[in-house]
Design a binder for this molecule. Structure first.
Ligand code: SAH
Length: 461
């Protein structure tokens, strides 16, 4: 460690910085005495005055005090609780600039980790209206000054921020949450208290199907019984006639996981019908579905384009979740096989295949890094492998197996540019990076999703 340099920055110190770029969490990045400094809510091109709040070996964190020279991309965040809520991180940036910055983040990651000077990264595919895009609101319930509140936690804290309306949520979900909150308060149904482990209501989950307009309300409770449950259901049905089902999920554990194991129907249907392109889905309360359906369709179309199927291919859909990517591709392939770790998701995937009359797709429970090499030993030779891993990226064993099995194409769907770039750098041993297409699945946040095409070197199409 360089002590001289270390001594030159301390907590509480104020400094003026020029912001050079946007970090992976949406913070502005500047340099002070060659040390990287992250400043939350500062934008590239700005000169800001900031106060150091944390000093680490490789970086420092500073709090924005004042913008000295303002970026043209700076906008007034429309959300009244933007500063407190941890849900969004880029509302202070114009949408077109958000899209450009997300592309820059992907380019920078590939430069840094895959050592590519000019990675082939296309313009980010955005939304015409980058608001009201989320199909599910999952709000924690709490008490504030004796009043029932519901919302999200502040970034890095356990303080609940009450959300009366949330601009990135579809209006239908906001209306359900607000009305449910009001009714629960009126009936005096006790809120779960995490510390004392008393009370009943933990979370309100509202979901809307964009394709059909059907809506569903789920109450997550700490106890199997809900006091005044009959009145509750009657009020909900009267004031929210758009609901097709009300379900209860019981989570008795002291945990940060939202859902428990048991879900029961309090009234109506257990599922809502959703449509995406030509596919339809029956979604139960806990079933996973992408949160931004409009952009999901664009993302999956990019996967289809990258895969370039002719109808004769065997496609593997690794980390397949409920099988949506595999089912999207199945009509254009000879056969699709999906692998997913969570058994319930695989059951959903099979049900989804049946529901859509898709007979050439099968779904298997297992670890991608174990099942794919096992199949390879049995002579299974995929033409195209689609991977859509969690933020941690691909397992080393899976990368080795891909380099061994050598499918002609790998289509990598990534929600984390850093792990994507690290994995790509390994795959470059045998693959060429053909295209990278960022898709904005979460406008107003710093998340960026990419569809990446890698082609086996020397393979003909
Ligand atoms: N492709 C899906 C969602 C992918 S999310 C869609 O578009 O909807 C990533 C999925 O990978 C999760 O469902 C997670 O359960 C699964 N997963 C995590 N580790 C895995 C592993 N080692 N092998 C297979 N699946 C895994």
């Amino acid at each position: 460690m360089n002590h001289q340099q270390e001594a030159s920055i301390r907590v509480g110190q104020q400094m003026t910085l020029t912001i050079k770029s946007l970090g992976i969490n949406g913070e502005g990045i500047g340099y002070f005495k060659r040390k990287i400094v992250f400043v939350d809510k500062a934008l590239p091109g700005e000169v800001v005055h900031a106060e150091v709040t944390q000093v680490k070996e490789k970086y420092a964190v500073a709090r924005l005090l004042r913008v000295v020279e303002k970026s043209k991309s700076r906008t007034v965040p429309p959300c009244p609780v933007y500063e407190e809520c941890g849900g969004c991180s880029l509302q202070h940036m114009d949408y077109q600039a958000q899209l450009a910055s997300k592309r820059e983040i992907v380019i920078e990651s590939l430069r840094k980790y895959a050592r590519l000077d000019h990675p082939p990264v296309a313009e980010t595919i955005g939304m015409d209206n980058p608001w009201s895009y989320r199909n599910k609101a999952q709000f924690q319930v709490g008490k504030q000054d004796g009043k029932l509140i519901a919302g999200l936690y502040q970034t890095g804290s356990h303080k609940l921020v009450d959300l009366d309306s949330c601009r990135v949520q579809h209006e239908a979900t906001s209306e359900i949450v607000q009305t449910a909150k009001q009714i629960l308060g009126e009936l005096g149904i006790p809120v779960y208290d995490e510390r004392k482990r008393t009370g009943v209501i933990r979370t309100i989950v509202a979901r809307v199907a964009f394709g059909t307009g059907e809506t569903q309300l789920t109450l997550v409770t700490a106890t199997p019984d809900i006091p005044r449950v009959k009145e509750l259901i009657l009020e909900l049905r009267t004031r929210l006639p758009q609901l097709v089902g009300i379900t209860q999920n019981v989570n008795t554990q002291k945990t940060s996981l939202v859902f428990g194991d048991k879900t029961t129907v309090l009234w109506g249907k257990p599922t809502i019908a959703e449509k995406l392109g030509d596919l339809s889905f029956a979604l139960s309360a806990r079933a996973f579905f992408q949160l931004n359906p409009e952009q999901t369709k664009k993302l999956y179309d990019q996967v289809k384009k990258a895969a370039g199927l002719t109808g004769s291919e065997l496609v593997l859909d690794l980390y397949c979740g409920t099988g949506t990517i595999g089912l999207w591709l199945a009509p254009h392939a000879r056969e699709v096989r999906g692998i997913e770790l969570i058994p319930e998701a695989v059951e959903d995937a099979r049900r989804n295949a049946e529901h859509n009359g898709i007979a050439n797709a099968s779904f298997h429970v297992g670890r991608a890094e174990q099942l794919m090499p096992k199949w390879a030993k049995q002579g299974v030779r995929p033409d195209v492998v689609v991977v859509d891993p969690p933020r941690t990226g691909l397992d080393d064993a899976l990368i080795r197996s891909l380099l061994d099995v050598k499918p002609k194409k790998i289509v990598y769907v990534s929600c984390n540019p850093s792990t994507l770039a690290k994995d790509v750098s390994q795959l470059l041993k045998k693959y060429e990076l053909v295209s990278v297409q960022p898709v904005d699945m979460f406008p107003q946040t710093s998340h960026v999703e990419c569809t990446v095409l890698l082609k086996l070197r020397g393979a003909n199409d």
